[in-house]
Design a protein around this ligand. Structure first.
Ligand SMILES: [Fe+2]
Length: 246
């Protein structure tokens, strides 16, 4: 009799119902990068599991404040000020402390500060668009930023990405890295996005949408959005890069 895989252990098998199929022609680049042959499962090696690891004392004081972390002294990034916060949780809903959480995003106009970026929206000289933090004892994290803009991308004739923030979470070694995206509650662009539309289960999409968190809003300063990241199990966040068998 086939039994369900356990929810504990070093690895957790990818749920093919929860995650998008590798080949989703509506997301054009998936056509070339999806496997053409049967997958082979490879065991993780000790080296991959044990090292190297990041140092916990490497973070700067403004690493979790994207409004100022690339700004000239006394200046700030342009855009709507927001606080993004949440918890990194395991499959049983327990907070995971000491997790390096990294985030990157476009500026308020929807432009990334990257040499390959060609969108005509203006660069904000005071906005770098990257930051990081480490979860606290309860698995909590937070950072300040500006609300990113939507941007067009060369996929179909007229495709746009909804406003989103990219997230990376690290485990105990560099081989344990998961990547996902956060969207914003109420954004009509989400349902139109060809990348979002590769996700088969509406509930999986829902878990990528951060609700406005009115209680955490700072009056006269910034609104707040709450985004919990569940590492695995039935309530797992959808990670874009989870490899087969990992
Ligand atoms: Fe993006």
């Amino acid at each position: 009799m086939k039994t369900a895989p356990p929810e504990t252990g070093a690895f957790f098998a990818r749920d093919r119902i929860w995650h998008p199929p590798a080949l989703t022609p509506g997301y054009k680049t998936s056509v070339l990068r999806s496997p053409q042959k049967a997958l082979i499962s490879l065991e993780g090696t000790t080296t991959e599991l044990t090292g190297p690891v990041f140092g916990h004392n490497m973070l700067g004081p403004t690493d979790n404040d994207l409004i100022v972390n690339y700004a000239r002294p006394g200046e700030m990034a342009i855009g709507q000020r927001i606080l993004v916060h949440g918890r990194v949780l395991d499959e049983r809903g327990r907070g995971v402390p000491g997790v390096l959480v990294e985030f990157w995003q476009a500026n308020a106009g929807g432009r990334y500060r990257h040499k390959k970026e060609t969108y005509l929206a203006a660069i904000d000289p005071n906005f770098g668009g990257v930051g990081r933090t480490i979860t606290d004892d309860e698995g909590g994290y937070w950072f300040k930023t500006i609300q990113p803009g939507a941007y067009p991308w060369p996929n179909g004739v007229n495709d746009w990405r909804p406003a989103h923030i990219h997230f990376s979470v690290f485990g105990h070694g560099f081989a344990q890295r998961l990547i996902t995206q956060m969207y914003f509650e109420g954004d009509p662009m989400i349902a139109r996005c060809p990348i979002v539309r590769t996700i088969p289960d509406p509930q999986a999409i829902e878990q990528l949408i951060a609700p406005l968190d009115w209680n955490a809003t700072v009056p006269m300063d910034m609104r707040a959005y709450k985004f919990d990241i569940v590492l695995r199990g039935r309530r797992s966040t959808l990670f874009e890069n989870r490899k087969e068998g990992n």
